[in-house]
Design a binder for this molecule. Structure first.
Ligand code: DGT
Ligand code: CA
Ligand code: CA
Length: 574
């Protein structure tokens, strides 16, 4: 069974949970959590890196011991440390840590004193009033636990796009190899590049006698078969990700692809259009009476309702149908339009690779420039730069630029925006750089008025160029901070600044709706990797996906500009 990064990350998280309940050394616990994060965020499969003979200790937070564990998991599908820990404490117990309000101490007490091992047992113990009697719990805690469990079970899990992409990649390759299979396409929210997906919807065209269904339900990673017929099946993978499979005839491929790509709201709007024209539309085709007038391609389906082809990322019933009808559909930006990247870190701070390694990685992708933007001194956890270390890095960049061909490093900084809107480094230091990326890394809970004012004041600095991850949200982890994004975008326009669309799969920030807002206000957006290692540039494709969902065209994106044009734009006009 192929091991994915998310599987390895899950092993490390579970080890950390066990250690936490045991009360182990906090540094050791953190090492596992960090390693889980590194693997979870890694765009390339660790399995593939090992096959290529890459040294995993080059990854952030992975030392010899953890690299050996990764190899053990990839090679054997098992981890002996985790198996030992599971013998000491049943694995479901660590799952209790997922319940808000339950830390390791409480989980340990619940297990030892009440023999609570699962969420269901926890629920019963709370309902029966057995928890309040435990030392350090009480009636109020018991009630909180009861409510937290109820909220927890009703929550449906969604997967980040980049994580789903790993499962989709191996599964589609597997299906593609089944005899008689022709096309394999992942449709649904995945194809629309939504930041998270609820499940995968896979469409297959195959010869009538192809054993694709049998192969699908017998796939190694399947944990549970929910349903299986001759043309459709649903399974749940061991990762908990559900996959719906549809097998269709080649001549109905376009209609089926359109139907299963969605969104549902878009489909309903298209169907309404068809009805007005006296047509019927479903997953098998477009029909006039009993005659099928279109079905083989998506374009043929759109043509029947008088529309040009609409790219999947736009299909959310957010004005794309009107735009298509009026010939105003955007020509969406593509990954190959990017000329450079304006946000990256090196091992001078919390990155993992050297300036040279980062430059060569970017050059290898066909990009022409890369801005090095380390954290500033305030961010001590990231070992942020003070003026002296920044100056030294600038000298090193000059030396490298003189030496390297075909790639230019730009001098930048990701400077902290302090609570009053001042910047974490003096103007004369910032003035020597090619660009200044400003970021909020603290005080996320200010009022809307204060948070907005803070960012506006930061943009007033003469050298401020680009606002990093403008909403501050972390997908499914941290809500955006409360700001008036329209005011920020308008201020950026007035001050000649730009907004970042951070391509990190946990961020994808600017949000798609704000991309549209920036475009309408005439503010350019920079799709940046925020790379902390040379592997991370692969995330740019998710940033471009989000930009496309935000209707952005090549001209709306700052880093599609040539280096010369970029330099002009970075020179503040005021
Ligand atoms: P997800 O999985 O929650 O991230 O979102 P989707 O969009 O992938 O939704 P899903 O998996 O429930 O269904 C896949 C596609 O199938 C959906 O985008 C459109 C189509 N579809 C599902 N249910 C309906 C329906 O009731 N009517 C129509 N017209 N289309 C539907
Ligand atoms: Ca889906
Ligand atoms: Ca589905």
């Amino acid at each position: 069974m192929p091991i994915h990064n998310a599987d390895i990350a899950a092993v490390f998280e579970e080890i950390a949970d066990h250690l936490e309940i045991q009360g182990a050394n906090p540094f050791r616990i953190r090492a596992y959590r960090n390693a889980a994060r590194t693997l979870g965020e890694l765009p390339q499969e660790a399995r593939a890196l090992l096959e290529k003979g890459e040294d995993l200790t080059r990854l952030p937070g992975i030392g010899d011991d953890l690299a050996a564990k990764v190899r053990e998991i990839v090679d054997t599908g098992r981890c002996s440390l985790l198996e030992r820990l599971r013998r000491e404490l049943p694995p479901a117990v660590t799952g209790l840590l997922q319940i808000p309000g339950l830390g390791p101490k409480r989980v340990k007490a619940l297990y030892h004193d009440l023999e609570v091992q699962t969420v269901e047992q926890l629920y019963r113990a709370a309902r029966d009033g057995r928890i309040r009697a435990l030392p350090g719990f009480g009636e109020k805690t018991e009630l909180n636990i009861l409510q937290a469990v109820e909220a927890h079970v009703s929550q449906t899990r969604r997967f980040k796009l980049a994580v789903a992409a790993q499962y989709a990649g191996t599964l589609t390759a597997f299906l593609q190899a089944v005899p008689g299979v022709d096309q394999v396409t992942v449709a649904g929210s995945f194809r629309r590049m939504r930041e998270t997906v609820g499940d995968l919807d896979i469409l297959v065209t195959a010869a009538a006698d192809s054993p694709v269904m049998q192969h699908f339900t017998a796939y190694d990673e399947v944990a549970d078969v929910l349903s299986a017929g001759s043309t459709r099946a649903s399974v749940v993978l061991k990762s908990d990700l559900q996959v719906d499979l549809r097998v269709v005839a080649q001549q109905a491929y376009g209609a089926a692809l359109h139907y299963f790509t969605g969104s549902k709201a878009h489909n309903i709007a298209i169907r309404r259009l068809a009805q007005k024209l006296g047509l019927k539309i479903n997953e098998y085709g477009v029909f006039r009476g009993s005659e099928r007038i279109a079905s083989d391609s998506e374009a043929s389906v759109y043509k029947c309702v008088g529309l040009p082809y609409i790219p999947p990322e736009l299909r959310e019933d957010r004005g794309e149908i009107e735009a298509a009808r009026e010939g105003r559909l955007p020509k969406l930006v593509e990954l190959s339009d990017l000329r450079g990247d304006l946000h990256a870190h090196t091992k001078a701070t919390d990155g993992h690779d050297s300036l040279r390694e980062m430059a060569l990685a970017v050059k290898g992708l066909g990009l022409h420039y890369l801005a090095i933007t380390e954290h500033s001194r305030r961010l001590t956890v990231a070992h942020g730069l003070d003026p002296l270390r920044l100056t030294r890095q600038c000298d090193e960049i000059d030396r490298l630029n003189a030496e390297l061909d075909g790639i230019t490093l730009l001098k930048g900084i990701e400077v902290d925006i302090l609570e009053d809107g001042s910047l974490d480094l003096p103007d004369e230091v910032l003035g020597r750089l090619d660009l200044v990326v400003g970021a909020v890394h603290s005080q996320f809970h200010l009022s809307r008025a204060k948070q907005t004012e803070r960012i506006l004041r930061a943009m007033d600095h003469p050298y401020f160029t680009l606002l990093a991850h403008p909403s501050g949200r972390l997908i499914e982890q941290r809500a955006p901070y409360d700001v008036d994004m329209l005011r920020i975008i308008r201020h950026a326009r007035d001050r000649g600044c730009f907004l970042e669309l951070n391509a990190h799969p946990d961020r994808l920030d600017l949000l798609d709706s704000h991309c549209q807002m920036a475009k309408e206000e005439g503010v350019l957006v920079s799709v940046n990797s925020d790379a902390h290692s040379s592997f991370d540039f692969a995330n740019l494709r998710y940033g471009v996906g989000q930009a496309r969902r935000g209707w952005l065209e090549k001209d709306d994106v700052l880093n599609t500009r040539s280096l010369a044009a970029l330099r002009c734009l970075l020179k503040r006009t005021m």
